[in-house]
Write a protein that binds this ligand. Structure first.
Ligand code: ZN
Length: 242
């Protein structure tokens, strides 16, 4: 049997997530819910880390053992230290996969990887979102219905401040009329990146089986094809006589 994919589910888990509005939906935190459904898949081994952990849960040793990093952050983006971000970017460039969920569009590592602002418009009105697949042959869309509904979600709307994606896998339509590129892929050197919009903390989005299947698919897609130890610029001898 091949080696399992080592996933680290990182959540800022700030005080707002311990309020009843969130804790009633995710009693142990969103990171635990996400890791639990990932661990139901025989190909995945998921662990968790939070901002309050030593080295913000993202030490060199932890990152070296991570194949795919999943990120949820919102009110504490600026508490993530620049040296932590640098370690993440280095691992992505050398092959680690990464999945940025919902409000991670404004996280330091996502903006650094994109080179753009990650801006969007938003509205918190518990409105309906209908998500459509735009790339049916993409591995992240495998086994997902051509469209499905989230009864209540925060609206995220275009224009979205990202570079042109490698592929747009999903778009979302919101009851209030806005649309959004809800699932988009990127590659930075050896590392694959997926941004996925659903996941406002007061709605049971990560308990939804379709959402869970998309995140499982995304982990499998983002796992490293090749991981390299260094991105130095070696001075190399010629292959032919000069
Ligand atoms: Zn939100």
């Amino acid at each position: 049997m091949s080696k399992k994919i080592n996933v680290l589910v990182w959540n800022e888990y700030a005080d707002d997530q311990k309020n009843p509005a969130v804790a009633n939906v995710y009693p142990k935190g969103m990171h635990i819910t996400i890791a639990d459904f990932l661990n139901n898949n025989p190909d995945i081994q998921a662990k968790t880390a939070v901002l309050a952990d030593e080295e913000q849960g993202l030490s060199d040793a932890v990152l070296d053992n991570t194949d795919v990093l999943i990120w949820w952050g919102h009110i504490a983006h600026d508490k993530v230290e620049d040296k932590t971000v640098k370690r993440i970017i280095d691992r992505v460039q050398r092959g680690m996969g990464s999945i940025f969920l919902h409000s991670a569009h404004k996280s330091k590592p996502f903006m650094a990887l994109m080179g753009t602002s990650g801006h969007l418009c938003w509205r918190e009105a518990a409105e309906k979102e209908r998500i459509w697949i735009t790339s049916p042959a993409h591995p992240i869309a495998e086994g997902i219905p051509e469209q499905f509904v989230l009864e209540h979600e925060e609206m995220y709307g275009e224009p979205f401040g990202i570079p042109q994606p490698l592929q747009t896998v999903f778009i979302g339509w919101f009851q209030g009329g806005n649309v959004f590129r809800s699932g988009v892929t990127f590659q930075r050197e050896y590392g694959r990146i997926f941004y996925f919009q659903p996941g406002h903390e007061t709605f049971p989005i990560y308990h939804n089986e379709i959402i869970q299947k998309i995140i499982v698919n995304a982990v499998k897609w983002a796992k490293p094809i090749v991981k390299v130890n260094s991105l130095d610029c070696p001075n190399v001898p010629p292959l032919e006589n000069l």
